[in-house]
Design a protein around this ligand. Structure first.
Ligand SMILES: *[C@@H]1O[C@H](CO)[C@@H](O)[C@H](O)[C@H]1NC(C)=O
Ligand SMILES: *[C@@H]1O[C@H](CO)[C@@H](O)[C@H](O)[C@H]1NC(C)=O
Ligand SMILES: *[C@@H]1O[C@H](CO)[C@@H](O)[C@H](O)[C@H]1NC(C)=O
Length: 377
């Protein structure tokens, strides 16, 4: 029950954010550069855990500030190494990655370069080349910052990304926790504290989901909202496209079936697409062709006195309805039987890395119909 409440809290904060943060996907106008792999890492073991800020570790290479180790991203740092003090560490840890971005991203001022962190537990501060670009509270959601403008200031140096992450929980964090100081100096060293939690799992910490850079044109598709429905054989795709970086843009949307044929299109930024003889999205075991996805291809065209811009984004769309009655969960008005499994972050088939096993996801082996991809964190 508690987990369900947290889910709603997480959804709330998504709705409150004022930009869309479309999931990064490559297209003819967008490039993605993944930064997963080994990063440079240092835990701030100073008594108040604040030395990194006092001595501005973000201003130079982390290795120049003191001893560092390699740390995989994404991963929970608690699970890496055999060091119990790192497993149980509370406070700020520092990550760093240096890379060269394609020169074109820098020279072409009409390109936005966005740094995106998939999620980091629990409080994060991010610098690029020693300049703070964003700060984020909360462990489960992505956050991002435009860094192209900053990179253009010093085009000849490599791009150095520094991320400080603090796993300290308070009564206001999700999940909540509290710090307890052990003041009995006969039993504990000075300043000794423990983090108390009231939940049934380990407080895994670190950069938990992929970090990447992606590009968009200066005028870009910021968000695409889709709500689907159907009447008899006709699918209804209500959509709304929001655009940033231009005052006047033309938007064209095309809905393609899996064969790549256009089944509906429009030149309006919002509206309803009607799909004749619709292939509904069904869960595994409810249809012989489950998981049918159309592709909503959205194309933005804009121009200013300097240049013209085109941004393209393809969103997979399943046409289905979900209704909850007092006793049933309905998909496409038919009762859905939840036969679900969880994947732990530390399971053999790790779900926090890109998982390309459709048969696994469809539950073919175990005949399950629901999968929780991230069971804490
Ligand atoms: C970071 O960690 C320290 C040590 O636990 C704590 O005192 C401080 O409140 C934390 N700061 C944030 C922003 O979480
Ligand atoms: C222990 O010390 C901390 C700070 O040093 C203080 O905030 C806390 O109230 C003390 N706790 C007890 C039980 O004396
Ligand atoms: C289920 O929800 C859709 C909208 O999402 C609505 O059109 C439909 O009538 C609902 N069906 C039932 C059985 O309530």
């Amino acid at each position: 029950m508690l987990r369900v409440l947290w889910l709603f809290a997480a959804l709330d904060s998504v709705l409150l954010s004022d930009t869309g943060m479309l999931f990064p996907r490559e297209s003819s106008s967008r490039e993605v550069k993944e930064l997963n792999g080994l990063w440079v890492f240092r835990a701030d073991r100073s008594p108040n855990r604040n030395q990194g800020f006092e001595r501005a570790w973000y201003k130079s290479r982390l290795a120049e500030t003191g001893p560092v180790i390699d740390m995989p991203v994404p991963a929970s740092y608690n699970d890496i190494t055999q060091d119990p003090t790192l497993r149980d560490f509370i406070g700020w840890v520092w990550y760093e990655r240096e890379l060269t971005v394609p020169a074109r991203w820098i020279t072409d001022e009409d390109i936005r370069v966005v740094l995106r962190v998939g999620s980091a537990h629990y409080y994060s501060v991010v610098w690029v080349n020693g300049v703070k670009v964003t700060e984020h509270e909360g462990g489960h959601l992505p956050f991002e910052a435009e860094i192209g403008t900053l990179l253009r200031k010093e085009p000849t140096i490599p791009c150095r990304i520094t991320i400080a992450v603090n796993n300290t929980l308070t009564l206001h964090t999700l999940p909540p926790g509290s710090i307890q100081y052990m003041n009995d100096s006969t039993r504990y060293p000075d300043g000794f504290f423990v983090q108390n939690t009231n939940f049934d799992f380990y407080n895994y910490a670190g950069i938990h989901r992929p970090v990447l850079l992606y590009t968009t044109p200066k005028a870009y598709l910021d968000d695409i909202t889709v709500v689907t429905d159907f009447m008899d054989n006709t699918g209804l795709v209500r959509y709304s496209v929001s655009v940033q970086g231009t005052a006047s843009a033309t938007v064209k949307v095309t809905l393609m079936d899996t064969g790549g044929h256009c089944v509906a299109s429009s030149n309006e930024p919002s509206g309803v697409l009607k799909v004749a003889d619709v292939n509904l999205w069904w869960p595994y075991l409810m249809h012989e062709n489950p998981g049918y996805l159309y592709s909503l291809e959205v194309r933005l065209m804009a121009a200013d006195e300097r240049s013209t811009y085109e941004d393209v984004y393809a969103l997979p769309v399943g046409i289905r309805t979900v209704n909850v009655t007092s006793t049933q969960f309905l998909i496409n008005n038919k009762p859905f039987y939840f036969h679900g499994v969880n994947k732990h972050e530390d399971a053999d088939v790790r779900t926090r890395v890109k998982l390309n096993l459709p048969s696994f996801l469809l539950g073919v082996e175990f005949e399950y119909s629901a999968l929780q991809k991230y069971l804490y964190p």
